[in-house]
Design a protein around this ligand. Sequence first.
Ligand SMILES: O[C@H]1[C@H](O)[C@@H](O)[C@H](O)[C@@H](O)[C@H]1O
Length: 526
Amino acid sequence: MGYGAPIMDDEKLAQTVKNEYASSDDQVTLLDSIEETPTGKFIWLVAFCASIAGALFGYDTGIISAVLVYLGDSLGHELAAHEKELITSLCSGGAFVGAIIAGLTADKYGRKAAIYLDCLLFTVGAIIQGAAYSMAQMCVGRFIVGLGVGSAAMVVPLYIAEIAPTKFRGRMIGLNNMSITGGQVISYGIGAGFANVPHGWRYMVGLGGVPSVILACLLPFCPESPRQLVFHGKTEEATVVIGRIYKHASPEQVNEKVAIIGRAVQAAKSLTEGKSMWFLVRKLHTVPSNFRALVCACGLMVISQMSGFNTLMYYSSTLFALVGFSNPVAVGLVVAGTNFVMTWANMMMVDPWGRRRVLVSTVWGMSAGLLAVAIAFSFIPVNTETLEIRSATITAPAIVVLIFIIWFVFFYGISVGNTAWMSTDFFPMEVRAVGTMFMTCSCWGSNIIVSSTFLTMMKSLTPSGAFGFYAAICGIGWVLIIFFYPEVSGLTIEEVQEVFKHGFGVKYTRNLRKQRKALRAASISA
Ligand SMILES: O[C@H]1[C@H](O)[C@@H](O)[C@H](O)[C@@H](O)[C@H]1O
């Protein structure tokens, strides 16, 4: 029994597993036993360094709301609404392009090269923005930073997924998510801190260039992904890296791990050697298991974005001013802070609980929260022409809106907001980079749609209609997750490749996890 072994009935399971464990020559492969060994601090430090790029993603997307408020006429004139929209959306547009560039190059040049490039983009973009005296210069700076955001959003989870020990993979990608949402909290704090400083907005954007320099200095201490090293024929280097990651493993276990990776790499190579990028894109769409992985990864990402969460990130001031709060920036900080705390909760829960279990038991809460917001809004007299409130005092429905927005963020942060970035391990190696690229593009594509239609929807559908729409998306998303999202937590990245060969793998992984549990129990009692 090895990867892709048939799933058997529950009754026969315990005995068969015990027998096999006792007789198999291939016990190491069976349990990938290196994964059971303790790992040291080194790999956490590496994941932490890579996550600085995630913090920059969060910082640069979050800071814009404060920058827009304090720009004034610094770019030569007071900006019109459409110019503000342009500055905001150019970052998402750049991110879309950045994700494509990273996706096309991550295999050829390795994961680390893309992160170095991100550092350059974040720094150059920050300098250009901070020194901008014209709308054109600001737009260029914003787009360049967007390229970095999109590339980092794509390559960092990919890099972490490939270096992480199986038992910490979800948690380590979660660390990157914490950096994203932490970066957003910091950006709100810095936005508030520089609010009354002359030219404060220049410091706000310029500060985004500092952590990228720090990251560039730390990167030489981080290893290249061992899977990438094996892919490029550097098996000895990969062995050293695996030895550093699993520092309590025996040399045999290290060699076996490299051999397992080598087999997966060989399989990937035999399918793709000498083939063009277009071939990989076709393979991603035409091989049924790849396509199912793609649907699942992009589907979850689209649900996370179309839930409307980022309307709160980009337009929270507008929204909270609309319902009568006089200090919308502070209220916005509460939203970003809740998201950050729940990202931590997600990180702690995904590996022991399993991603699917977390999603199934929480996504309904997003829908329920948004529905309550939609209902509460119907009691608030909003002028849909001007998007202004007709009464200046905070009413009970306004408080209900705030409570249920925080409720929504609570469930968003603990579920799709972070789990969506973990699906990079759904893809087999030969299409992992290109699959992650599509997943990241589906993030920025749907992000652009939501951020560019929110205010229009508030006007044409009324706030109740807009939030009702997002509630429906979350409700449908929850049902789709129940039927189609498999549990891959606890499986090695090589094992995950088998999952989508069995439909969407929901039943397959349920049985596989049961088998593994029994196998572990048998190995302990043997
Ligand atoms: O995972 C992140 C996180 O949830 C952020 O708070 C959000 O702004 C991003 O759009 C999302 O991709």
